[in-house]
Structures are given as C-alpha cells and as structure tokens.
Design a binder for this molecule. Structure first.
Ligand code: ZN
Length: 113
C-alpha cells in the first residue's frame, strides 16, 4: 500500500499550484500512472477524498490514465508495448530487453477555479 504517500504528494502539488496561480480551488486532477508502479487508481481516489477534506482540493475529481509497459529490444532495436509478464522481443524473441516505459507516475494537468 504505497498509495497514501503518493496521494499526499498530489495534494501538496494541488496546494502549491493553486497558490502559484492565485486560484481558489482544484476541480479536477489528471494523472498518469505506469502499469509497473503497481498503484491502484481507486485507492488513490479513496485516500484523496479523505485527506483533501477542508483543503483547496476538496471534492476534486481524479482522472487516471494508465501508461502501458514499454520495452525496447537491445538486440534488434524493436520497441513495443508489453503485456504484463511477457518480457521477450516480439520481433526476434530475445530476452535482452530494457524497459522504457511503465514506471512513471505524473500529474498531467490540474483544472482549477
Ligand atoms: Zn528483438
């Protein structure tokens, strides 16, 4: 369960951004979560509802977009999206691969009022 610290950092960013832009509140938060982070969007929303109470982000809606796992083959250079658990090249079947996407967690945009 590492959603709670992540959720707290989202809230911190909301408060900073609202202050920075002279706004009053956050209406919606668009986040992107890599599949390899293991973060559960529903848990983030659950924690957010609780810890955002009484803050500038109370009642804000969280929209989550998943980032798929991306793999690059070190042998043939092929780059592709991977299904969970399958880590060999779709082009040459090599296991000599590196993961280039899916570990990200980022806030895309904040909608403020
Ligand atoms: Zn390959």
């Amino acid at each position: 369960m590492h959603e709670l610290p992540v959720t707290k950092s989202i809230l911190n960013i909301c408060e900073e951004e609202v202050k920075k832009h002279g706004m009053e509140k956050v209406i919606a938060i668009n986040i992107r979560v890599g599949e390899l982070t293991g973060l559960v969007p529903a848990s983030i929303e659950y924690y957010f509802d609780i810890i955002a109470k009484g803050t500038v982000a109370e009642g804000a809606k969280i929209n989550t977009k998943k980032i798929p796992i991306n793999i690059e083959c070190k042998d043939c250079g092929e780059s592709f999206e991977c299904r969970k658990g399958v880590y060999n090249c779709i082009n040459c079947s090599s296991h000599n691969i590196k993961i280039t996407g899916g570990r990200e967690f980022l806030i895309d945009t904040l909608e403020m009022d």
